[in-house]
Write a protein that binds this ligand. Sequence first.
Ligand SMILES: [Zn+2]
Length: 294
Amino acid sequence: MHRLLAAFWLLVALVGCRLYGRYADSRLLITFMDVGQGDATLIRLPGGQSFLIDAGLRTRRLDMGKRVVVPVLAGEGVLKLEAAILTHPDADHVGGLVEVLSSLKVGALWLPRYFLPAHKPLLTETIARARERGVSVLPWVAPTRFTLAPGVRWWVGVGSGGSDNDRSLLVRVAFGPCAALFTGDIGADSERVLAHLGDSTVLKVSHHGSRFSSDAVFLQHMRPQIAVISSGTHNRYGHPHSDALERLRRAGSEVLRTDFHGRVDIAFDREGRFYCQSALGSCGSGYCSDSRPN
Ligand SMILES: [Zn+2]
């Protein structure tokens, strides 16, 4: 009985430390989850607010929300998301969101207004689940800048173009001189429009490293120190393409791939430094080069 009680209090202490660590963390943390072919990224702000961008693939046989996203959130002690951010309604981005909305408290669902009213079955189901759970649906149109948590500057915009990929929701989060840009699946034309945003320390490489993204002119402006490609092992699309990899290398980026490096964690601290850790070990650290303020 004593042993059981001791084990119980040990568990309480461990959970407490984990939660305390989350709230006490003064850094901005970004986690690129390993969801195979698809995207799922967790952003945690200093002070504890959490945001999720996309939630991986769902097919009839596989739900990355169940298999990876919800377990990772639980493992990190994330009990609530301020927002679940959907870049666009392709199955490899929207798929796991129903599971996320069913398992956690979520404040809002952000998505480009273009995709409303929903026509695709996965998006229709996601929005229905959001409404059932009392999650407000926030459609975005024009680029917007705002501050959330002290010192964290956001820019949220929507891509333009003919395809759903090009109409992805675009998010830039900046903390001191460090910044991360999330580009959904936009192509080169939409990327070039983002040149005005200035440097980003970290780039979530568009469209899983497709040949038609990672435009050279765009990369010249972004100058990402770390470029993360979220792609599946031996995926049928041939992502990432060697041309895109070459352009990223020429831009001087350290390229990390979830199909090779697994999960990638990046922290920005208050002193303007970044720290990178992948499932394979350290992937570097250093000072974020100055970026224009959001
Ligand atoms: Zn995709």
